[in-house]
Design a protein around this ligand. Structure first.
Ligand code: ADP
Ligand code: MG
Length: 304
């Protein structure tokens, strides 16, 4: 098959792993910098070009959209959808996963528990909101945070207030969240492919840190999920519309809470710590799906 990886660089670990995995399976692979694609809309036809290569020739794409290029990525995915190229990430699913509040609203809609959360309206008093999400300390998050960089633990009202004011000053949207103390700096990452949890690991923040992102120096190990965790991970991925998803779960006294659903989950940590060939699972899914589409077993959905 001809499969494109949408990525800003070949050098990124996950891009390289997917590239090698696809080549080893005999696919024709192309890394496509989606920021440099030209898109054409003509009567009855849509096309996209990358360095003169018409992307309608592709059987499938695996998007690895960086958080700073979400909007551009979604436009490219919408165009590929018009062109009927199969993608492991749909544009709407990408947009939902990249907005923490929208994602939490969706979890609420499908009955999945999340930490108590409040969106702070511009210039609004935050004292009452802090009480509503369980008091101090409180977690402050940028809606578009990634790799733990926009996540802060605030111990005082004064500090929380000035942090939020500073973010709002630069037009960043923020949420306040109940601090799940009993998680003790750990969370669980469940990797979901095509509706199944294919690998899972527990990540533990380093000493003095509450964020368990591997990019923030956390350590990890393979971790089996409880039946309930497996269910919420699959439901969260499905509700977001993601066929490939990294679902982050906090273990709380009232059960598993979904923190977020990642649309471009990293492969390095999960493959290293669990020894599962997650890339292979992604290709198994693509091969199955593309073959079914070719044989007309699956109808392409067109929604108006
Ligand atoms: P990012 O998208 O930047 O990774 P997350 O919402 O996943 O943001 O938060 C990063 C990390 O911070 C999580 O993996 C978790 O360890 C910790 N964390 C986030 N929210 C909470 C919370 N409400 N209570 C306790 N720890 C949290
Ligand atoms: Mg996270």
């Amino acid at each position: 098959m001809k499969i494109g990886i949408l990525s800003v660089s070949q050098e990124i670990y996950s891009t390289q792993t997917l590239l090698q995995c696809g080549l080893a399976r005999g696919h024709q692979m192309e890394v496509i910098d989606y920021r440099k694609c030209s898109m054409v809309i003509e009567q009855g036809r849509a096309e996209m070009y990358y360095k003169d290569f018409p992307l309608s020739q592709l059987d499938a794409v695996i998007p690895r959209i960086t958080s700073s290029f979400t909007q551009m990525g979604a436009i490219v995915l919408s165009h590929l959808k018009l062109m009927k190229v199969f993608s492991t990430v749909k544009p709407d699913a990408l947009l939902m996963a990249r907005d923490k509040l929208r994602c939490l609203q969706r979890m609420q809609e499908v009955g999945i528990d999340v930490p108590q959360t409040a969106y702070v309206g511009n210039g609004q008093p935050i004292g009452p909101l802090i009480s509503m999400v369980g008091g101090l300390p409180v977690v402050i998050k940028l809606l578009e945070s990634a790799q733990g960089l926009g996540v802060i633990l605030s111990e005082s009202y004064r500090n929380a207030e000035s942090t939020i004011e500073a973010f709002q000053q630069v037009n960043e949207r923020v949420i306040l969240q109940e601090f799940i103390r009993e998680a003790r700096g750990a969370d669980v990452r469940a990797f979901v492919v095509n509706g199944k949890v294919v690998a899972s690991m527990k990540r533990q923040a380093r000493d003095g840190e509450f964020r368990s992102n591997l990019h923030r120096g956390a350590t990890a190990q393979s971790e089996p999920l409880s039946l309930q965790e497996d269910y919420v991970a699959r439901t969260a991925a499905k509700a977001t519309g993601l066929d490939v998803a990294g679902v982050d779960i906090l273990r709380s006294e009232r059960g598993p809470l979904i923190m977020e659903v990642n649309a471009s989950p990293g492969l390095e940590g999960i493959e290293t710590f669990t020894q599962v060939d997650v890339s292979g699972k992604i290709f198994d899914f693509i091969e199955k799906k593309v073959n079914a589409l070719k044989n007309g077993k699956v109808k392409r959905k067109v929604t108006i």
